[in-house]
Ligand binder design. Structure first.
Ligand code: MSP
Length: 668
């Protein structure tokens, strides 16, 4: 069992957590989960960076005391973790006593080894990035990183003798080409190192919100000296307790510091220099990812263009959001966050490709084998396309493992989706529905076994990325998730004779446009739309949506059986359309005014792409009569029209022929 210690940056608490922060934490989570499944002894750390002038000023502005401000805002980052299903082992706050002890211990060690001296600092400081900016790097008096105005500082300061480590760091980079990934960041750091290192000012006297410098409390530590030390604090550094010292010996050095591209220098130069000065081992890898952009600009609080992950989780479900960010961002490069792209991926990759596969592979076993995994025929397994599917799996499983170890989550998901596509093709080629009618039992059982067995491997592979989906799919297959499933994952290991669980729809199609989803969210926040999916549930189309626009459950889904009483709770009745018109700014919605025989009311229906409004006037339709009212595009809809839509096709209203029953007739 290898040890695997992975960290995220600790986040500044002056901003609300946004998708950028959530992304780093989700990536670290997926990699940590994968390592656990590979049997590693994982320690996964995240937390908050709470000191420094920026936080002190934000606290002053808020009118709270600094401690109260820090407690409140750090909690927002902590609260995001369960909402994103993050499996961190610890959450560190730099305001904790254990961290004061660790930072001061590191300071003393570096000082006692002769790498800290006192001098006067004169220069420019960017409070937003908490960095000193050399005069030659200023861009018209502004910080080259974030474009904010820098401040002139002139104060007594402690300095870290960083210049002493140029050669040692260069040698380290040469001996460990994997130290900084991706390569273009490594090259930037090499260029920076080759240009020579200046000593670094590492204390401040102009504010007090920080960790006091040992033996000189007029100074607080430079926030990055304190912040970087968090990675050691959490595994026991600075503690006198023997068990903590053992933990430190066990877990340090970290295997990976996962960070965004803007803080590579602090992690790949400052931090290793501090550690070299202390005589401590260096982290093995610094992996840096790109930025999420909104219309080409970095998502950040100062630009006011941030995406709140919670909003997307509400629309699409958590696992769909996780899938999207992993799939869309190629590690190391920037990616654009676009609503259309997430909707398209949801419907194409999740609802269509994977959702249908999961539903078909299990439903057929329910229908033809009483829900019990059939035994395959050994000879039939040796035919094509069975062999080809098996060899695809044999290639993909180790490929996914290797890609995840290199943080290539997008490529790993692409590989998994190749298997999803291959399994869907397999089902089409074998046509088990035909075999059930006219084929041999061996042929049918082999085909159903292979489909279910492949689905099982896919479900196991998906667990780090979409933990809930992976486990729900395994539950559908009647497989108990094992903590170390990736150790010996391969095709052909699903046990015949096992009983399947219930097939549930995992990713119902969402037929709404992005625009409609947004408007519904607005209604939700005004309290008009009552239902949002539970955090652990997959995406559901909101319950108030008109029938055809409602997320369609794939035809092959075996939903749980309901009693007649449950069905009778839904009042289905006929109604006559009195007027019909398009809903402005919506391509899908029509506003119908109908006579229900009992009253006259407005119903908004998602059938504009299938029917001209005029063609509906005078027509008798079926409606859900007793549905709670809901607002759609600002219009109150009282009920829902009944229509059927085949996969990817336009909806068709149920019809009552030339002699329709009068409005208000009950449909049952
Ligand atoms: N507190 C420092 C880190 C100290 S680590 C010892 C810090 N905090 S931060 O709150 O600004 O978080 C920065 C991190 O958030 C980035 O490195 C990245 O992981 C994540 N992101 C913030 N905005 C981002 C995007 N727009 N896109 C992707 N990730 C981004 O820096």
């Amino acid at each position: 069992m290898s040890r695997f210690f992975i960290t995220t940056p600790i986040y500044y608490i002056n901003a609300e957590p946004h998708l950028g922060h959530a992304y780093t934490t989700m990536v670290a989570d997926a990699v940590a989960r994968a390592h656990r499944l590979m049997g590693d002894d994982v320690f996964f750390l995240t937390g908050t960076d709470e000191h420094g002038q920026k936080v002190e000023r934000a606290a002053q502005k808020s009118g709270e005391g600094t401690v109260a401000f820090a407690d409140r805002t750090a909690q927002k980052f902590r609260d995001l973790l369960p909402a994103l299903n993050i499996s961190n082992d610890d959450f560190i706050r730099t305001t904790e006593p254990r961290h004061f002890a660790a930072s001061q211990a590191l300071w003393r060690l570096v000082r006692d080894r002769g790498f800290i001296y006192k001098d006067r600092y004169q220069g420019w400081y960017c409070t937003v990035d908490e960095v000193f900016v050399p005069e030659k790097q200023l861009v018209e008096g502004r910080c080259p990183l974030c474009n904010s105005v820098v401040e002139k500082l002139e104060e007594e300061s402690y300095f870290f003798r960083m210049s002493a480590f140029q050669q040692t760091l260069l040698a380290h980079y040469r001996q460990h080409p994997e130290f900084v990934t991706p390569d273009h960041r490594r090259n930037e750091m090499l260029a920076f190192l080759e240009a020579g290192l200046d000593d670094l000012s590492i204390s401040r006297t102009s504010f007090t919100w920080g960790i006091p410098v040992p033996d000189d409390p007029a100074h607080v530590m430079y926030v990055w000296f304190d912040a970087l030390t968090n990675y050691m604090t959490a595994v026991g550094y600075g503690s006198d307790a023997p068990e903590q010292q053992q933990r430190f010996a066990h877990y340090w050095p970290a295997d990976v510091h996962l960070i965004g591209k803007e803080i590579v220098r602090q992690h790949a130069i400052y931090w290793p220099a501090f550690l070299l000065a202390a005589g401590l081992p260096l982290p093995k890898r610094i992996m840096s990812h790109g930025w999420w952009l909104m219309e080409g600009a970095k998502m950040s609080k100062s630009k006011g263009n941030v995406v709140r992950p919670q909003d997307y989780v509400q629309h699409f479900g958590l696992d769909a959001v996780r899938y999207f960010v992993f799939r869309e961002m190629v590690f190391g490069q920037d990616a654009n966050f676009a609503d259309d792209a997430i909707l398209t991926r949801y419907n194409a990759d999740l609802a269509n490709d994977f959702g249908n596969l999961a539903s078909r592979a299990t439903t057929m076993i329910h229908r033809s084998c009483g829900g019990v995994v059939p035994a395959p025929d050994a000879a039939l397994l040796e035919r094509e396309p069975e062999r080809a599917l098996r060899s695809t799996l044999d290639r993909v499983v180790p490929a996914v493992r290797a890609l995840v170890e290199e943080f290539q989550l997008s490529a790993a998901l692409r590989e998994i989706w190749e298997v999803v596509a291959a399994s869907n093709r397999y089902i089409v080629v074998r046509e088990p529905w035909k075999l059930a009618k006219s084929g041999s039992a061996q042929e049918l059982h082999t085909a159903l076994f292979v489909a279910a067995d492949t689905l099982r491997v896919i479900a196991e592979l998906l667990r780090p990325f979409m933990p809930d989906t992976g486990e729900r799919t395994l539950a559908m297959l009647g497989v108990t998730p094992s903590a170390t499933a990736w150790v010996d994952l391969r095709a052909g290991t699903l046990a015949p004779g096992g009983t399947l669980g219930t097939t549930v729809p995992l990713f119902p199609r969402i037929e709404h446009s992005v625009e409609e989803l947004r408007l519904m969210a607005d209604d939700t926040t005004q309290g008009a739309v009552p239902q949002t999916p539970a955090p652990s549930a997959p995406a559901q189309a909101p319950a108030h949506a008109p029938a055809p626009a409602q997320a369609a459950i794939p035809a092959t889904t075996e939903a749980p059986k309901i009693a007649i009483d449950d069905f009778m709770k839904v009042e289905l009745r006929t109604a006559k359309v009195l007027t019909a018109e398009r809903v402005p700014k919506s391509s899908k919605l029509l506003k119908l005014f109908v006579d229900t025989g009992i009253d006259q009311r407005t119903i908004v229906a998602g059938i504009a792409e299938a029917y001209e409004p005029e063609s509906l006037v005078g027509r008798t339709i079926g409606i859900v009569f007793n549905l709670k009212p809901a607002k759609l595009m600002g219009i109150e809809s009282n009920g829902m029209v009944l229509a059927a839509s085949a996969e990817g096709q336009k909806p068709i209203l149920i019809s009552f022929g030339d002699n329709p029953p009068p409005p208000g007739s009950r449909i049952r």
